[in-house]
Design a protein around this ligand. Structure first.
Ligand code: G4P
Length: 291
């Protein structure tokens, strides 16, 4: 999906989100487990103030165990239910039901006091583009899901999927706009491939990745591309490291010179697909020391 987030588009998405939020009890927010900070949009905190919340650290298969544990603990310490999942392989999906019940405990209690029993929780999935919303809905709802049909007041096209007797899910996810607040956030979103990187210089992006990996995951580049790769924490050395990767992988252009663009694409693809390893780029504030 390629969405240009000009202000008009953002206002429209926000309006649609506000309408959908009126219909639900629980917001299931997907973030990318490799960059949970940069892939969140805090506007949802404001928009969903009255609603129960559940955060799913999706693509947990691409993030480190240590990172997944740290972020799950971070959100839970702040009173928000959080579960790590891999929507592609369906790992972690079984933990969701218990988390939903916990997240909705207050609402269920309120219902009970008013004599309303066994009313299913209605939920919607939200997240920035490419975080895995459609994959999650397909995996979680599965083939056996029954759509309950259109209901009055439901945005046209939206249908409720009955997952079980206690949970109904809106079949269309809410798309949040990515945050654009700092260079670091933009960089992390570009590295996971969530910003259209046609507009970014891939060699520069690869050099940034080399610097981040050299700092946070020393040895990981050598492990994949060979001992001769020099780690680097500054830009000029990172360019040299990219050249080392081009040499190691035979990325050579027609004239015999190194094809750095090809090497950059190879490195970025290796990172995004997990071939470089399970790499979390962001840790919660209090864990920074332990990275
Ligand atoms: P969106 O609706 O939020 O925009 O995201 P979507 O489900 O389209 O997923 C975006 C990409 O992320 C897809 O890959 C999808 O397979 C992948 N993905 C989703 N969840 C997970 C996960 O938990 N782990 C991993 N490793 N990948 C996940 P794609 O390359 O765009 O498509 P495809 O190769 O799967 O066809």
């Amino acid at each position: 999906m390629n969405i240009q987030w000009y202000p008009g588009h953002m206002t429209k998405a926000k309006r649609a989100m506000k309408e959908d939020i009126k219909l639900i009890d629980l917001i299931i927010e997907l973030v990318d487990a490799r960059v949970p900070f940069s892939s969140r949009n805090p506007d949802i905190d404001e928009m969903g103030r009255q609603k129960a919340r559940l955060i799913l650290l999706n693509k947990a298969d691409l993030a480190s165990d240590k990172g997944n544990e740290a972020w799950t603990a971070y959100f839970r310490d702040r009173g928000v239910e959080a579960v790590k999942v891999d929507s592609r392989s369906r790992a972690g999906l079984k933990q969701i039901q218990a988390a939903v019940l916990n997240a909705c405990r207050e609402k269920t209690e309120r219902d009970r006091k008013r004599g309303i029993l066994n009313r299913p929780v209605r939920a919607m999935v939200v997240g920035i583009p490419n975080v895995g919303k459609s994959t999650f809905i397909n995996s979680y709802a599965g083939k056996a899901c029954a759509k309950t049909g259109n209901r009055p007041g439901v945005t046209r096209g939206n249908q409720w999927i009955r997952l079980n007797k206690s949970l109904e899910l809106l079949d269309t996810p809410g798309i949040l706009w990515p945050r654009f607040e700092s260079r670091e956030v933009g960089l992390h979103l570009a590295l996971i491939g969530s910003i259209n990187d046609e507009i970014l210089d891939r060699e520069e992006l690869a050099a940034e990745l080399i610097m981040l990996l050299s700092e946070k995951y020393p040895g990981i580049l050598q492990e994949r591309y060979g001992e001769e790769i020099q780690e680097s924490r500054d830009v000029s050395q990172a360019a040299a490291a990219l050249q080392d990767i081009a040499a190691a992988r035979g990325c050579v252009g027609k004239g015999g010179q190194y094809d750095l663009k090809k090497a950059a694409n190879l490195l970025l693809d290796d990172y995004r697909s997990g071939r470089l390893g399970r790499i979390t780029l962001e840790f919660p504030p209090e864990h920074r020391k332990e990275e």
